[in-house]
Design a protein. Sequence first.
Lengths: 323, 276
Amino acid sequence: MATAHKDVCGTLEGKATRYGYSDGLLILGRTDPRVFVLDADLAKSTTTDRFQKEFPDRFIDCGIAEADMVDIAGGLSLMGKVPFTSTYGTFMVDRALDQIRVTVAYGELNVKIVGAHGGISVGPDGATHQALEDLGTMRMLPHMIVINPCDVNEARKATLAVAAMQGPAFIRLGREAVPILTDDATPFEIGKGITFEDGDDVTIAATGYMVYEALLAHEELAREGIHARVLNIHTIKPIDRELLLKAARETGAVVTAEEHQVMGGFGSAVAEVLVQDCPVPIEFVGIKDRFGESGTPDELLTAFGCRYTDIEAAVHRLLKRKE
Amino acid sequence: MEKLLTIRELKHLATEIRKDTLRSITAAGSGHPGGSLSAADVMTALYFRTASLSSPIDPNRDRIFWSKGHIAPLLYTLLAYKGFFPKEELMTLRKLGSRLQGHPRKGSPPGVETSGGSLGQGLSIAVGAAYAARYDKLPVRAYCLTGDGELQEGQIWEALMAGAHFKLDNLCAIIDNNGLQIDGKCSEVMGIDDVAAKLRAFNWHVISIDGNDMEQCVNALDEAKTVKGQPTAIVAHTIKGKGVSFMENVVGWHGKAPSQDELAQAIRELDAQECE
């Protein structure tokens, strides 16, 4: 999907965030003997096979049994291990939700839950394999941290960050190669959003891959003399209230952008903050209460309204509402 | 070295535990007496004779996971008798602010190893704990108590597969096979027999016992410790409501609290059995 667009951030050499996850796991494997990795027959796809090769004793393939995997991870964590469970987001969150809720979240267990293949950009596999509700479902659970990295480097940092904290956490990964927007120097702290572009006319708060589309929108809008602030909100829970409220106060309008159902998802999370403490006009870019379908990632992002052009249109609507 | 309790002492203890379990359910006004009474003997044997469990925070303690979380009143009474929290607190069961939740919450009170109540999850947790204990070469055994109706949950069979696949001989499942579930007889609601044959087919070492016979409970739990290369399942054939005549084998006592009069009658009967 990266090839369709101009280079905004220095490189078109894209890489999927799932590789950032295994980059992080490999570092953890070498530095933290507590770390175990579990998969449910998708190790090559989630890229946990890289950890499996180097640390076979700390890799458990649970077979096609996601519920079992989550509770096995629970048992490991009760013995002092730091288990990462990995499979596609749909199976991870939806199939094993009861186990995540009762054993992991209610028990406040130190289990890290990783859902690969998030978003509509999963492509031709279709609706059954496109996780579009994972962020919303996970953010409703008490004690759960929810992170949606924008690129491969941020995914690596998120993996290291959740291992360093105590308690349950969810990380969403994507299937497709996406542009690399951050480097080693870019800060990453759970719960702290990052301002990628300054601007005072409008705020684009984006998460995951949509941060890239937000940057493209920023460039297009700049040609028209519209200065859009771009926020990378990688942590959806706890969300960075301070950064969002400051942006809302200073720009007076906010567009949210996510590769996820708007209903209950990132846009809802942002709106919950703003309506209470700084009720500026908001527009939501994301999936609008429908299931995905087969297609190429590029076709789907366009068909489902997850493009920079959709963000631009939302900004124009907002600026009219602001007048 | 602590002196092992005799069968006679364990039987006496199980009776006292049954009485306090019923007292707490009566005080709560709701709860699950039937399954608490059926599992009382085997779990008394486990907590007071077989398991290494001197403290709820000892890293080398055996881990006991209650997959059938609804019989929390029995769990709490056993933990109180272990001395992990004050017995008086048993009367706060299911009350606002109590550590004794209607279904178990991890660590509340000390000795509750995991949250549970949504059936089918505990055996997978025990698989994970046993796996970690073996990896760390700890002398820790993982036990899991499930119901027989609970075997209708698909996840149980995922965990049975995993336990045998990983050859976890420090893992022991105890099935409280009382034959009843909320909607009626297990055999009529959704038949699960032949349980022992199914477990054997899943490559588990299976021991079938009268789960209300203390000596058989102790012997089965001891035998499980000697099995190598595969996990053990103890199919404890029990009577739901065991020890209280009007509760025995009555589906209606699955999840109903006794009245004060019924409690008094139950305690009279349990005391009478003590004198036999």
